[in-house]
Ligand binder design. Structure first.
Ligand SMILES: [Zn+2]
Length: 593
């Protein structure tokens, strides 16, 4: 039995080896037969395109939690794969990310088909490459893609087999863009820095709604843009993308259907885009970001085609408007460098809306067939069309003044590592130095009761600002803010930011406080102290007269005394957020390297 098993294993290993040496047959796209490509098939597909076309380059970029490298496929008219050079030629760069949730694989197939058609110059598509280069991440969540089953996303209308939502570490990568717990997200950041894409698309499937549309679209939150860019985005880019999907492809899109109440859809609300989502991350670098979310109940071939159509419209737009897109981005980058304030939280404006065409199904109630409960459903036999409100305007709800630099002590290694991965330039203090910095005391916050992404997310942070002298040490990092990753720096280092390091528990240990005192020996020490310090005794007596709590509670008395002894000076570090805000870098320049 054992020997048979070994022979069988040898046979498998040998034949696998042989297959590797021969040229395996080019995998065919079979989305029309309700099949999506596996990760191996996708990589073989792109490798084949890379071998056949001089315009194409397949690169390996960084490692993922699945122990396999993340691939990036670049298409340029002259085969150029150096983004610096592509930009010098005045071309825009579009990055398409697929399979972040491998159970939602239409982008994997649609991008492969698009790349093959573009390279084969189908319908003269190659003309887009005159002023645009296309970069594709074939499959981002490799671990999820390797865990295939027909039962993932059990309500979904195909494909027959699909991958898991979470990666090998059970992380949802569409929450991991800024905190970067996964190697996947760090490899992605490497790609993002390398390409610095002008346009970014992340492809998904939605099960959050039911209506007649196949493609729903999350477009990055326009207010995050510099005003001219916002105007261009709302009035030209979005209008044209929606318009052409309807007119050229007869496939009208709708904004991602996020509704206020379940039931008949009366209005759609804009997507609250945190930086930990893909488009939120893209917005930190002033890219034009999108997520397609095709509807889970539509047949797989239709979802692939819809995603393909949107990709081709995006690339077309990127090509025809290259000069304007590049100008708006350059302007936005300049604006970012000049900004003195930054909005770290937004709230929806309930007084402003646009009107949008909506093609839905009537909402009705029925008794369900198995459990017999009463439940609402969208009746596909009763389609209707209506004009409804789309609330897609946001107002700042929390704005911070941007310091000239932050100081992150050397000790916070995980923070420094992530800043580095995101291209943040830093300098280390050469000497131990006392600096006057703006500091934050965290007065209160609410840790989540259940873990999300392995974190007990901190929210509702209340804090005080105190300007004071703080001792920093040789090796601590000075992070100047006026640099390309400025929005990332501020988003991550401000403790009230919902995407920041404080929210994701990177700094939690400082919240545990300092020495404190032991009750046993403290009273005899206090007696000596009070006997030798009449001023302190007087103040203590006064406190007891004025404060009923102090008068009645021995523990409150000890507490009062502790806070009024010299030792309490050390306790000023209690709840002091470790990152300092340097409002004037000038004097410091000589002490850093
Ligand atoms: Zn998704």
């Amino acid at each position: 039995m054992k020997r048979e098993l070994i022979t069988l294993l040898l046979f498998i290993i040998l034949t696998a080896g042989l297959a590797g040496q021969q040229h395996p047959e080019q995998p065919q796209l079979r989305y029309d037969e309700n099949q999506s490509m596996t990760w191996e098939e996708a990589i073989t597909f792109y490798r084949d395109l890379d071998e056949r076309y001089s315009e194409a380059t397949l690169l390996e970029m960084g490692m993922t939690d699945a122990g396999r490298p993340l691939h990036l496929f670049i298409i340029s008219a002259d085969g150029e794969s150096d983004p610096e050079e592509i930009r010098r030629q005045g071309k825009t760069i579009v990055l398409i990310n697929n399979g972040i949730h491998p159970g939602e694989p239409e982008g994997i197939d649609a991008s492969a088909l698009f790349a093959a058609d573009l390279l084969a110059n189908k319908d003269r598509m190659k003309r887009y490459l005159h002023s645009c280069s296309v970069a594709i991440i074939p499959v981002y969540n490799i671990g999820g893609a390797l865990t295939r089953s027909r039962y993932w996303r059990i309500n979904q209308n195909g494909p027959e087999e699909k991958g898991a939502r979470r990666n090998t570490r059970f992380l949802d990568l569409n929450r991991d863009f800024v905190k970067q717990d996964s190697r996947d997200a760090r490899a992605f950041a490497e790609i993002y820095r390398f390409l610095d894409p002008d346009l970014f698309l992340d492809t998904h499937t939605t099960n959050g709604s039911d209506h007649q549309f196949t493609v729903t679209l999350i477009a990055t939150q326009p207010e995050k843009m510099h005003p001219e860019m916002e105007q261009f985005f709302r009035e030209k880019m979005l209008k044209e993308l929606y318009g052409r999907m309807k007119e050229e492809h007869d496939n009208e899109m709708v904004p991602y259907v996020q509704y206020t109440d379940r039931g008949e859809i009366k209005a759609i609300t804009g997507f609250e885009e945190h930086a930990y989502y893909s488009t939120g991350y893209a917005a930190l670098f002033n890219s034009f970001g999108f997520m397609t979310e095709t509807l889970v109940y539509k047949p797989y071939p239709e979802r692939v085609k819809g995603t393909y159509q949107f990709i081709s419209e995006l690339v077309r737009f990127a090509s025809l408007n290259n000069k304007e897109l590049l100008r708006h981005r350059a302007e936005a980058n300049r604006h970012t460098l000049e900004a003195k304030e930054f909005v770290i939280d937004w709230e929806q404006d309930s007084t402003r809306w646009d009107l949008t065409e909506y093609h839905g199904y009537r909402y009705e109630e029925r008794t369900t067939p198995i459990t017999g409960r009463r439940s609402g459903f969208y009746n596909h036999d009763k389609p209707y069309s209506d004009t409804i409100r789309y609330y897609n305007y946001f107002n700042p709800s929390l704005t911070v003044t941007i310091p000239e630099a932050y100081i992150v002590p050397f000790a916070w290694e995980e923070v420094i590592e992530r800043l580095t991965v995101n291209g943040v330039e830093m300098q280390q203090l050469q000497n131990d130095t006392t600096l006057v910095v703006e500091t934050y005391y965290i007065d209160s916050y609410e840790p989540a009761r259940r873990a999300t992404q392995g974190h007990y997310f901190n929210s509702n942070v209340k804090m005080r600002t105190v300007t004071q002298e703080v001792d920093f040490f040789r090796g601590d990092y000075v992070v100047p803010v006026n640099q390309k990753s400025k929005k990332y720096i501020v988003t991550m280092l401000e403790p009230q930011s919902a995407s920041g390091f404080f929210a994701w528990n990177f700094f939690d240990s400082f919240l545990e406080g300092q020495d404190w005192y032991s009750v046993w020996g403290f009273e005899s020490h206090l007696k000596e102290l009070l006997d030798s310090n009449p001023e302190l005794r007087k103040a203590f007596e006064k406190a007891k007269q004025e404060d009923a709590d102090v008068a009645s509670d021995p523990v409150a008395q000890l507490q009062w005394l502790y806070q009024n002894t010299p030792v309490s000076e050390l306790e000023k570090r209690t709840r002091l957020y470790p990152v300092g805000r340097l409002m004037n870098v000038g004097s410091l320049l000589n002490t850093v390297r």
